[in-house]
Ligand binder design. Structure first.
Ligand code: FMN
Length: 333
């Protein structure tokens, strides 16, 4: 699609002004500190943690607290999941004490272990509770509170507009809408019309609407902004080990500038840096385990990627992983 004017406007979420309207999505198992640091390096003005259990924070689970270790980072939004106003409020306070500049509430996770507790996307079925949750968190912290939702629970209950209005009334400063129902999970194409409807409904409320679902290129981002009237675009799967997508989208939206996708050697150089960040922040054992899958994403589509994936899946030491990356880079030349 040709460049259609895009957006020169920064995205504003409460008192947080962002230089670009494109944001990386929170993704469990992906949006850890090493990846967030890479995203910040690539100019993302705000990055999200993966979803963090509010209960885990309040009860002091060490693993959960580690998820909100924001040391050494820039603007980080902490995404919380839970369904008790009091617990979410306390968890949000803890996250803000650790440096969160924004609290996002998860209304979109469709995973059985989450929805069976009435959390995540199950909350789409309880709009008035959503209002209580947002109000409780907004009263507890001075940073903006936002929600990220599905278009509804299922095809018969696409109530994103209703939930968005409830959240706005309770002082949410932005609403992200993923254009799929919870029952759909990630199947099929995302539909953006619900995003448009939410943008229309919130247009006079001073609440930013962030569209999400199947944005995988600068043209997709431009089209989503134009077709839905949303103010921001959030990119999930297409950003896995692909931080280049953010400067590419931002440049295109700014003035139609087309930045080429990265070369294989650029991809490998960033994979190597990602590995180094992971070892530094997570320790070697954890880093190597995580990087087995992350390296696979960096080399997706390159010649010999399957063999490299197979090789790194056996590796137990960071230095061996660096050498495997180096040998692969040499083979590619
Ligand atoms: C591996 C994975 C983990 C995810 N984890 C979260 C999460 O923790 N919180 C959340 O709100 N959404 C999560 N999502 C959903 C994404 O944020 C996003 O809404 C969804 O992938 C649609 O956007 P996309 O088409 O750009 O990928 C996750 C998605 C994936 C693929």
């Amino acid at each position: 699609m040709p460049f259609s004017g895009g957006s020169n406007l920064p995205l504003t979420i409460g008192n947080v002004e962002l230089s670009t309207p494109v944001l990386p999505a929170p993704m469990a198992g992906v949006s850890d500190k090493p990846f967030r640091l890479i995203l910040a390096e690539f100019g993302c003005p705000l990055v999200y943690t993966e979803m963090v259990s509010a209960k885990g924070l309040v009860y002091g689970s060490r693993a959960t607290l580690k998820m909100i270790d924001l040391a050494g980072e820039g603007n980080v939004a902490v995404q919380l999941f839970g369904r008790e106003p009091e617990i979410l409020a306390r968890a949000a306070k803890t996250a803000v004490e650790r440096g969160a500049v924004l609290i996002d509430l998860n209304l979109g996770c469709p995973m059985p272990k989450v929805v069976k507790n009435g959390e995540g996307a199950a909350l789409m079925q309880e709009p008035s509770l959503v209002g209580e949750l947002v109000a409780a968190v907004a009263a507890a912290v001075a940073v903006p509170v936002t929600v990220k939702m599905r278009s509804g629970w299922d095809g018969a209950s696409r109530n994103a507009v209703q939930v968005a209005l409830v959240a706005a009334r309770a002082r949410a400063k932005a609403v992200t809408v993923h254009g799929r129902t919870a029952v759909q999970r990630y199947a099929g194409r995302a539909e953006w019309d619900t995003i448009r409807q939410v943008a229309v409904a919130l247009s006079s409320q001073g609440v930013s609407v962030i569209g999400n679902g199947d944005v995988a290129s600068p043209e997709d981002a431009s089209r989503m902004l134009a077709e839905t009237g949303c103010q921001g675009v959030m990119v999930g799967r297409a950003a896995m080990s692909n931080p280049w997508i953010f400067p590419r989208i931002s440049a295109y939206l700014r003035d139609g500038t087309w930045l080429d996708p990265p070369s294989p050697s650029e991809r490998l150089a960033v994979a190597r840096r990602h590995l180094d960040q992971a070892v530094h922040w997570e320790g070697e054992e954890r880093a190597v385990r995580q990087m087995r899958k992350v390296i696979g994403w960096y080399v997706k589509g390159l010649p010999g990627a399957a063999a490299l994936r197979q090789e790194v899946s056996q590796i137990r030491e960071a230095e061996a992983m660096r050498q495997a990356l180096h040998r692969y880079a040499t083979r590619l030349h």
